[in-house]
Write a protein that binds this ligand. Structure first.
Ligand SMILES: [Zn+2]
Length: 484
């Protein structure tokens, strides 16, 4: 009997091992290959233009009264003076005051256009952190092979690279095969009213785009463990955004004789429950695509894990859940960000309030999540109300499209030996407002691991800037290729 069980178990183990190995050996590269082109080195003038663009303090403040229109007007004048051929060849529209839409007429007006997006605005420098900057954040300083300053990575590198590439191509008498729109929002960092107005501008003209490309994932040389090659992370969807106010009101009283429960007790209990019961991990389309694209490029053991998610799902989840960034790829996240109660040390407050911020995975709708939160808290006395804008997660753009292939091709022509992969954007971008304008919306910034995003010592490498200009040049040139 014992022998029979042993033989049976051995059989099962052998079958599992066989399947695991079979899956691993047949888990082969899905990468399309394109021949790298000879890179154009950055010219002195291109470099100077990027440095100068950093000088403009095109800051988006939370408080709209602080908006400094003079900075934006000066930036627009600067673009006109710096890119004369672009301004001679393209028509320019201003919408929502300061957002810019350029139209570069293509050879074949019957082809659907591309829309290349970037935003003009930058986040402020927190007063408390200003002296922790190594350089003046608006001086555009070059140091240690990096260009330093607020907005270098987010997002003037994209805006200036697009302009540099277009100016260069126009100087060569190049005309794109299809029309290219450049859409530069002015308030991405505070919600994107400009992008909403640009979306209306396009839909009002019945324009649907073959592709929209906006800021997003980067080419990372170090952030994906187990892969030696650089990985270009092309955002195919972005998470949604929802803030909720939890409030509780019960009679307070004197702190010398507290009742069993106070408003603060109830509120903190609710928050603790929410934090202790995270939403289930889910493999969304972009994450599955990531595993299929990056998995085969990994070392044997990692490849075995990614090739057999049916067996190693738990292991994959726990690896990603170790870091905040990895965890956010798998979960709708929730975190308290504001908490308010009490006015005096000897008074029990009647009202306690907390704001919690959620970032929604594609497929997790805001109403459904509010329902789940109510169930987890399980206390009718806690009232739950949405605050501010709710933005659902975006649709997922297909990687099985001409548009995705065009991005992939331009990346691989601009830098050798890159692996391209779909990816879920955790942060929000202006392109989410243009969902009516195209089904193919990709979020990708052709630069290598920047530093100081929204933080101190923001900077991008000179190599990033060179690759970025070259990427847009190749993408524009390739509009002469026809869709199969
Ligand atoms: Zn940005």
């Amino acid at each position: 009997m014992v022998k029979k069980i042993f033989v049976g178990l051995l059989g099962v183990v052998l079958v599992i091992t066989g399947v695991v190995l079979f899956n691993t050996f047949t888990f082969t590269s899905t990468q399309k290959t394109f021949t790298p082109r000879q890179v154009t080195k950055i010219s002195e003038s291109s470099l100077k233009h990027f440095q100068e663009a950093i000088h403009f303090q095109t800051i988006s403040y939370g408080d709209s009264l602080k908006f400094d229109s003079a900075q934006f007007n000066a930036f627009h004048r600067y673009l006109r003076a710096t890119y004369p051929l672009v301004h001679k060849t393209m028509s320019v529209q201003t919408v929502s005051g300061y957002s810019l839409i350029y139209k570069w007429e293509g050879k074949n007006p019957s082809l659907k256009p591309y829309i290349l997006m970037a935003h003009q605005d930058v986040v402020p420098i927190e007063e408390a952190s200003r002296q922790r900057w190594t350089v003046d954040p608006f001086a555009g300083i070059i140091k240690d092979n990096f260009i330093w300053g607020r907005g270098t990575a987010d997002d003037k590198i994209n805006l200036i690279s697009i302009m540099e590439a277009a100016e260069k191509l126009i100087a060569e008498n190049f005309q794109p095969g299809r029309t290219i729109y450049l859409a530069f929002g002015h308030d991405e960092e505070v919600g994107g009213k400009g992008a909403t107005a640009m979306a209306h501008w396009f839909t009002g003209k019945n324009i649907t785009a073959e592709m929209i490309l906006d800021e997003g994932g980067v080419i990372t040389k170090e952030k994906i463990p187990g892969v030696k090659k650089p990985v270009a992370l092309i955002g195919t969807a972005e998470k949604g955004y929802l803030s909720l106010e939890l409030s509780v009101e019960i009679s307070g009283g004197h702190s010398s004789m507290p009742e069993k429960e106070t408003s603060i007790d109830l509120l903190t209990k609710a928050i603790t429950k929410l934090r202790a019961n995270p939403f289930d991990a889910k493999l969304t389309g972009p994450m599955k695509g990531f595993m299929k694209s990056v998995g085969p490029e990994m070392s044997f053991t990692a490849r075995m894990v990614f090739a057999n998610p049916w067996l190693f799902k738990k292991m994959i989840y726990s690896t990603y859940e170790k870091s905040g960034g990895g965890n956010a790829m798998l979960h709708t996240t929730l975190v308290p960000t504001i908490i308010q109660a009490g006015i005096k040390d000897n008074v029990i407050p009647t009202v306690a309030l907390a704001t919690i911020n959620l970032r929604l995975l594609p497929g997790d709708g805001s109403l459904e999540m509010i329902d789940r939160i109510k169930k987890i808290i399980g206390d009718e006395r806690i009232k739950i109300n949405p605050v501010g804008r709710i933005s659902e997660a975006s649709a997922v753009s297909s990687t099985d499209s001409f548009a995705f292939d065009q991005v992939d091709e331009a990346i691989k022509e601009s830098y050798p030996d890159v692996v391209s992969s779909p990816f879920l954007m955790i942060g929000a971008t202006d392109s989410r407002h243009l969902k009516e304008v195209s089904n193919n919306i990709f979020k990708f910034s052709p630069m290598f691991d920047p530093f100081g995003f929204h933080g101190i010592d923001e900077r991008v490498s000179l190599e990033s800037y060179q690759t970025s200009i070259f990427f847009f040049e190749n993408l524009m040139r390739n509009t002469l290729q026809l869709k199969p």
